[in-house]
Design a protein around this ligand. Structure first.
Ligand SMILES: [Zn+2]
Length: 50
């Protein structure tokens, strides 16, 4: 029972940046909340489309 490192992929626990689950964006496995998405979105290649 030592293989559980909490690195399960596929289940959203929260924003991987701030850990919040508020306003989560699960597109393309981003796992970021809206706030973090706005900050790191452009950096990782996601631009807000109007
Ligand atoms: Zn966040």
């Amino acid at each position: 029972m030592a293989r559980d490192h909490g690195e399960r992929i596929g289940r959203t626990l929260g924003c991987r940046r701030c850990g919040r689950r508020r306003g989560m964006i699960r597109r393309h496995g981003l796992r970021l909340c809206r706030q973090c998405f706005r900050e790191v979105g452009p950096e990782i290649g996601f631009k807000k489309m109007s």
